[in-house]
Design a protein around this ligand. Structure first.
Ligand code: HEC
Length: 64
């Protein structure tokens, strides 16, 4: 079952401390649970900061 959709968008000068990523988590009923600078997303994705905060970059994932 689909529970939520997450997105990351790179936005110029939005959040230089975290490579300017804007995070979004939206539930299937339309509720936006997290948007913009979100410590939960940043913390986990920060473990791959050396890979531009992406887990799948270059391996066919959504990272470009
Ligand atoms: C518990 C750790 C953790 C947290 C918290 C987390 N992520 Fe992720 N995220 C991952 C992992 C691991 C992957 C790679 C999953 C895979 O390869 O199947 C991923 C993949 C992604 C991707 C696909 C691009 C990529 O990096 O491969 C997006 C977009 C994404 N997460 C957005 C978010 C957003 C938005 C939030 C906050 C609402 C968030 N994530 C919070 C661990 C996390």
């Amino acid at each position: 079952m689909l529970a939520a959709v997450t997105a990351m968008v790179k936005t110029e000068d939005f959040n230089p401390d975290h490579n300017n990523w804007w995070f979004l988590k939206r539930l299937t009923d339309g509720t936006v649970q997290a948007e913009g600078r979100f410590a939960g997303c940043e913390g986990c994705h920060g473990t791959v900061a050396a890979n531009d905060y992406l887990f799948n970059q270059g391996t066919g994932g959504t990272g470009q």
